[in-house]
Design a protein around this ligand. Structure first.
Ligand SMILES: C[S@@+](CC[C@H](N)C(=O)[O-])C[C@H]1O[C@@H](n2cnc3c(N)ncnc32)[C@H](O)[C@@H]1O
Length: 359
């Protein structure tokens, strides 16, 4: 007969349990705030301009008490965002690369987006899971059940959203620009195209494309300005409309849904695909570009963490779906030749393509 030892609270052998891996989870919010403070106080810009610097020099340059600079530099260094060498502190790891390759301003916009839009609503995550609704929306001003309706009512927040969204798209859209074959596509409809970030990038990368950005009034105004500023008004135009109501514009060879299927329910996504299928000519193509979840329910980590934002804010049903689910919607809407275009970058973005049968 074996005897089981039951440990009483207070008698646990804490040496046996390595809770170290819990540290970045328990303090996830602190890790983000270290990065956010460094961004707001322009630590990385200072170190780039001035070279390796001591704590006192950083304090002086950023106009901080020395005790504050110490905390900040300890935080960024322990997180691998800066390093301390014999000459002082300098940007390190992914941060140094982002500063060198020009990605840093995009990351800074995303930090701003996380801080001012996603952060407070994220504390409603458990409540959102309980009710199945985007409970974080109560932290946004205005009325309406989805974030986009509310953003339209607060231009300052809408601008913040589009700056962040634009940066997410710029970081993740190389797979859309470079790995999809646009031969045979003359006219492309960018449904929910936002501020035209992808339309402009596509038009620049593929000079034969003519693109229409189809979105709500507020977004289209921003898109119009961006298209004009990019000097692309002759090849990129805009149409105001509701993708769920009224007719889907027709006369296009390809319909693109970029960062769209993460917002809506499976039924709405399937309905959008059916509308696209109806609007396309025989042989026309559809492309869905966004982040995906793995089919095995195990990750990736980016998707799992980003889902807190999708659960708490955009709409009641927003979430990052699995590739497999997208494929089922495509097939259900009548598309064939369904193909995954995956990317090897750090975000789980990809493109799922399909084709309407030839007549
Ligand atoms: C997540 S953003 C994606 C923007 C852009 N496609 C991108 O990838 O950066 C979603 C876009 O869908 C638009 N949208 C939301 N509801 C819409 C509707 N009912 N009809 C048309 N556009 C809509 C929003 O205005 C917003 O621009």
């Amino acid at each position: 007969m074996t005897q089981q030892t039951i440990q009483q609270p207070g008698q646990r052998d804490t040496q046996q349990t390595d809770l170290g891996p819990l540290v970045p989870v328990l303090f996830g919010f602190s890790a983000f705030q270290q990065l956010r403070a460094a961004a707001e106080l322009q630590l990385f810009e200072y170190l780039t301009l001035n070279g390796p610097s001591s704590c006192e020099q950083v304090a002086d340059g950023l106009r901080l008490p020395v005790k504050s600079a110490r905390k900040l530099l300890l935080g960024t260094t322990a997180l691998g965002l800066t390093d301390r060498g014999p000459d002082g502190y300098a940007p390190a790891g992914p941060l140094r690369e982002a500063l060198e390759d020009g990605t840093w301003p995009l990351i800074r916009n995303i930090i701003d987006f996380q801080q001012r839009l996603s952060y407070l609503p994220a504390k409603e995550y458990a409540e959102s899971l309980r009710t199945g609704k985007n409970e974080g929306i109560r932290h946004l001003p205005g009325t309406g059940a989805d974030m986009y309706t509310r953003l339209e009512q607060t231009p300052e927040l809408e601008n913040l959203f589009f700056r962040g969204m634009n940066s997410w798209s710029e970081l993740s859209n190389p797979v859309l620009l470079r790995q999809v074959d646009y031969r045979g596509v003359g006219r492309l409809l960018d449904v929910g195209g936002g501020d035209a970030v992808n339309a402009i990038a596509l038009a620049n990368a593929h000079p034969h494309l003519r693109i229409t950005v189809f979105d709500l009034e507020g977004a289209v105004e921003v898109a119009r300005d961006n298209i004009a500023a990019a000097g692309l008004a002759d090849r990129v135009d805009v149409v105001v409309g509701d993708m769920f109501g009224g007719p889907m514009p027709d006369g296009y060879d390809m319909v693109l849904f970029a960062h769209q299927f993460v917002i809506w329910s499976p039924e709405q996504n399937q309905a959008l695909l059916k509308r696209a299928h109806d609007a396309l000519p025989p042989g026309g193509r559809v492309a869905v570009f966004n982040a995906f979840a793995d089919d095995d329910g195990r990750g990736p980590l980016y998707t799992a963490l980003d889902n807190v934002y999708f659960a708490t804010l955009p709409s009641e049903d927003s979430t990052i779906y699995e590739w497999r689910e997208h494929e089922e919607w495509f097939a259900g809407a009548g598309f064939v030749d369904i193909t995954r275009v995956t990317n090897n970058g750090w975000t789980p973005h990809g493109v799922l393509e399909g084709r309407k049968r030839d007549a």
